[in-house]
Design a protein around this ligand. Structure first.
Ligand code: F58
Length: 943
């Protein structure tokens, strides 16, 4: 089997001096760090380039020569200037929110400087760029992250304090843009942070949805979804680029004609919409490099209006325009089952078409051969959602630029690579051929052509195999089902030069099960790239206490760009002062969360209890239901004890957070069950503070930053082989939580690095799962049956709503809740025993936190750059400290560039007061829908 060599990027400290130079360590030798240069006057660098242009104007050049300085007074002046001149507020109505916006705009000014310079540098150097295409970017709040990456947090805090504002309070004013569902979207944002930090020439491309993931409210224990119109307040970070627009076609037909013996295709669409770019600067940590996240918004074009207007059909014309705007209006709230909606396919193509046009435009800025495209462009497909970029690029090359098919294919193949994020076969995207043909007739032809060539090759390869036709059927890009469908994963695998999974176990499952035939056919194509998370957001922004400890004991901030450094603190593991500081940091985080819980949920939780937390999308494979069953088990045990015995028990606060897809009824029932358990337990005077159950509403990036650092124990309990990676496990362990988990996803590699003795691991291993699944109808065992019976008899909520949760476990327990239950409760007992020995618990927690170097997204991105993208970093040169040393060269300033303030739209908040008036019957009805229509995924491996 061909394995990618696993590279170990160590800090050098424990691998021997000078042994390796991974590129992650150049921070130590970095000479132009923003933070080091402090508040000196900094002249912006100039870039040597073959394409020297004429200076637009001497004066302009001089005026734009310096970076904005970091003096306190400069910060203050910039803020008040934005309050008055951008927001048009006066001294008398200068409030916290306007202060936030003005401060954000003043930070954006700084970002724009380095962002312009970065783009200028990338163009001048003309190195290869990577384009990370993702239909989701779960950005989270930007202000604190930007200040930390710029090294300006303290300066801004001080500057604001003098004008009467607390920086931390301003952070809370920021809207959290929820442009993603979960792990996949958040990973994309962590990756951008690392790409910028490592100075890679990179761009992110995505969609600027008007409505992000719904806002989850919990009303009487039920999930209620509310629209998240995150743009109701202005978005101070983005820059609308009215100068960057593209036409996007849909529908129509394809005309054929012969030219010089070659058939030419001409797509005649019947619909055109416009894509307009919104740019979001993404600063790297401790570097001047600032990369771009370009999000597309759909707009109507005037093209087709005339017809309707001419015919006097004014309203028809307006309707057509609205239809165009609708494309990017809402993020699909799906989890692990793709939606077959037409609008979703429109979104995907819209996004791909605009992105490919943008990339090609940039490539063609210089005259070059098309064969150079893969030397200048790498496109990473974050799952299959951007897969239509493949036929789109082929279409552009063949139909627009006249390349011969094979030539276009060779180029395309080297450009694309694909990341898979799921092993669930039912979660693989498929589009009906009929829909594809109606919306994208030329693309369907191209997909058929790819398939024709591929099937020929497969047919030849398996010419003598008796299973030849089965194999071809399995590998085909077209599923001969009813309705006939295009398999997007197959399209990606066949057309990309690299395919990767996101954890070692997951990548192996792709090779041996889900894509086994493809792996046999293209053995070199398959790789693993274990996910990571950015320590800037997930430690520095979220956990001040722990960050201060690291910086104090390591005597520098270098751990933020080389997380392996924290391992060096293992020598302090027995140091009482260090231990005490670690303990205090956790306690403070628990107090912060307790306050948040009291405010959001009205429940008081004791901070001397163990905080046992599970936050992620609600899904049967993730098994929040197993966690709920354990809560009931514990509650029954406590009830059965004498008062004296109870007093000896570990106190626990169980917390669950996460959204259920609106149509996923079983997941919504799990939420209701947990809330019902909370109602019983939290109000039981026998129990008091011994146990609390809290459902944390509206789990999102900003609440994760409060929740995760407060955890003692983190539940990572998916059935082995179902969770591709999980990334919250990494965030939790980095923040000192101990994993209660299965050998699934990234848990496997985490325990490899921190030591299995520093986690609570239970349950079936992946090789046992198939065998156990055969017995999924087996009895539950008496202790579990008692819990089932209690739920069915209504001890925890209305049995009419909740019994089906138990019945499905009794009959088809595809996620092995029953068979893992007993090893789970055993491990939970062990966790209690260890928790009683606080010294031991603390050491486990510290050991985990200090050994998470591998799970920084910097390591992941470095591996992608080396193994898949063949990408070199390009660092902005040191800014000069004097004007004289600065040679005037090529400003290339585009004086027409404008920064347009966008969309100050008044709030849409009036529904909020009505929420509590929803009648109980309506809420109940939301859980009583026909389960058949839910299309709940059934877990099945195919090989
Ligand atoms: C997640 N996928 C995986 N998909 O479930 C998780 O194990 C992994 O750690 C993470 O990706 C990052 O690799 C995921 O979040 C989605 O949210 C899809 C978005 C588009 C619609 C279908 C779900």
């Amino acid at each position: 089997m061909e394995e990618q060599p696993i590279k170990h990027y160590s800090s050098g400290v424990f691998s021997g001096e000078g042994e390796e130079n991974s590129g992650l360590h150049r921070r130590g030798s970095r000479h132009s760090s923003r933070v080091e240069l402090g508040s000196q006057k900094l002249y912006r660098p100039e870039f040597d380039s073959a394409s020297r242009g004429e200076a637009t104007s001497e004066k302009l050049w001089e005026l734009m020569a310096e970076y904005i300085d970091t003096e306190k007074s400069t910060i203050q002046k910039a803020i008040v200037a934005h309050v008055e001149y951008t927001l048009a507020r006066t001294r008398f109505n200068f409030d916290k929110n306007s202060c936030f916006k003005a401060a954000a705009l003043s930070i954006r000014d700084r970002l724009i400087e380095s962002w312009n310079d970065t783009q200028q540098l990338f163009t001048a150097e003309d190195k290869k760029r990577v384009y990370y295409m993702s239909i989701e970017f779960l950005i989270g709040r930007s202000m604190q992250n930007a200040l930390i990456n710029l090294g300006l947090e303290d300066k801004y805090r001080e500057a604001l304090e003098e004008v009467g504002y607390k920086l931390e309070e301003l952070y809370d004013e920021e809207v959290d843009p929820g442009l993603g569902n979960g792990g996949l979207g958040r990973l994309a944002s962590c990756f951008l942070d690392s790409l910028a930090t490592l100075d890679y020439p990179a761009w992110g491309y995505g969609i600027r949805y008007d409505y992000g993931i719904f806002r989850q409210m919990i009303v009487k224990g039920y999930q209620v979804e509310m629209p998240d119109y995150w743009l109701a307040q202005m978005n101070p970070w983005e820059i609308e680029r009215s100068d960057v627009t593209y036409d996007i076609y849909f529908g129509g037909r394809v005309e054929k004609k012969w030219e010089n013996g070659i058939e030419k295709s001409n797509w005649i669409p019947n619909e055109i919409v416009k894509a307009i770019a919104y740019d979001n600067p993404i600063p790297g940590y401790d570097t001047f490099n600032t990369i771009n996240l370009r999000l597309w918004k759909s707009m109507p074009t005037n093209e087709f209006d005339f017809q309707s207007f001419n015919q006097g059909d004014y309203f028809k014309a307006i309707e057509t325009r609205q239809k165009a705007e609708y494309i990017t209006s809402v993020l699909y709230p799906n989890d692990s089952t793709p939606s077959g909606k037409e609008l979703r396919l429109r979104q995907q193509y819209f996004f791909c078409c605009a992105t490919i046009q943008d990339i090609i435009r940039r490539f063609l800025k210089k005259p070059r051969e098309w064969e150079e495209l893969p030397d200048k462009v790498a496109i990473q497909l974050n799952d299959t959602h951007p897969a239509i970029s493949i036929p789109e690029l082929l279409r552009v090359l063949v139909d627009k630029y006249g390349l011969e098919w094979q030539r276009a294919w060779n180029i395309c193949y080297k450009v694309f690579s694909y990341t898979n994020h799921t092993v669930m076969p039912e979660a693989l995207e498929k589009w009906s051929v009929e829909l594809f043909e109606r919306l994208l007739p030329r693309h369907l032809e191209i997909i058929y052509l790819i398939n024709f060539h591929f099937m020929n090759q497969v047919g030849q390869r398996y010419a003598n195999d008796p299973k030849k036709f089965d194999i071809m059927g399995y590998m085909s890009l077209i599923e001969e089902s009813r309705p006939k469908a295009v398999r997007m994963a197959n399209l990606c695998i066949v057309s990309s030069h690299a395919v990767n999974g996101v954890a070692a176990l997951h990548s192996n499952l792709l090779k041996t099960q889900l894509f086994a035939r493809f792996h046999e056919y293209f053995p070199k194509k398959f790789q693993n790239k274990t996910n990571g998370v950015t320590p800037r957001r997930w430690i520095k922004c979220s956990n001040k206490g722990l960050s201060d400890i690291y910086t104090k004991y390591l005597k520098s901030n270098n751990w933020l760009s080389d997380l392996y450094e924290t391992k060096n603190l293992m020598s302090y593991i027995d140091n009482e002062e260090f231990q005490e500081e670690f303990r205090q940091a956790k306690l403070q985080n628990k107090e912060r969360l307790a306050k948040w819980v009291e405010k959001e949920c009205g429940i008081k939780i004791p901070t001397d209890a163990m905080f046992d937390i599970m936050v992620k999308r609600i899904h049967e494979y993730k098994r929040q239901n197993l966690f709920a069953l354990y809560m009931i088990y514990r509650y029954f045990n406590l009830k059965a004890m004498t008062v004296d015995d109870r007093a000896k028990q570990v106190k626990r606060v169980f917390m669950v957070g996460g959204k259920a897809a609106p149509g996923y009824i079983a997941a919504k029932k799990i939420i209701k069950l947990i809330n019902s358990i909370g109602d019983v337990v939290n109000n039981d005077p026998d129990i008091g503070d011994l146990m609390k159950v809290v459902f944390l509403p509206n789990y999102c990036v900003s609440s994760a930053q409060i929740i995760i650092p407060a955890a003692d124990l983190t539940e990572q309990i998916s059935t082995a082989g179902t969770e591709a990676s999980g990334t919250s496990n990494m965030k939790f362990v980095m923040n000192g939580a101990i994993i209660m988990g299965t050998m699934d996803g990234a848990n496997v590699e985490i325990v490899e690095d921190i030591g299995i003795q520093n986690a609570f691991i239970f349950g079936a291993r992946v090789h046992e799962v198939d065998r156990l699944r055969v017995q999924s109808g087996a009895p539950a065992g008496s202790r579990l049956q008692r819990i089932f019976d209690a739920i069915k008899s209504g001890t925890f909520g209305n049995p009419k709503e909740l019994s089906s949760l138990v019945e499905s476990l009794e009959q088809h327990d595809i996620y092995l809740v029953k068979s893992d239950f007993y090893s789970y409760i055993e491990k939970q007992e062990e966790a209690d025993a260890v928790y009683k020995n606080q010294d031991r618990w603390l050491k486990m927690s510290i050991t985990g936190a200090l050994n998470m170097g591998r799970f920084s997204s910097d390591r992941t991105i470095h591996e992608y750059a080396e193994d898949i993208w063949d990408l070199e970093s390009v660092e902005i040169p040191k800014p000069s400290l004097s004007a004289i040393s600065r040679v005037k060269s090529q400003p290339n300033i585009n004086p027409t560039q404008e920064i347009v303030e966008q969309h100050i739209i008044e709030g849409h908040e009036d529904w909020q007061c009505k929420i509590d008036d929803i009648p109980a019957e309506d809420l109940e009805a939301s859980l009583m829908k026909d389960e058949e229509s839910e299309k709940i995924p059934k877990y099945l491996y195919t090989s």
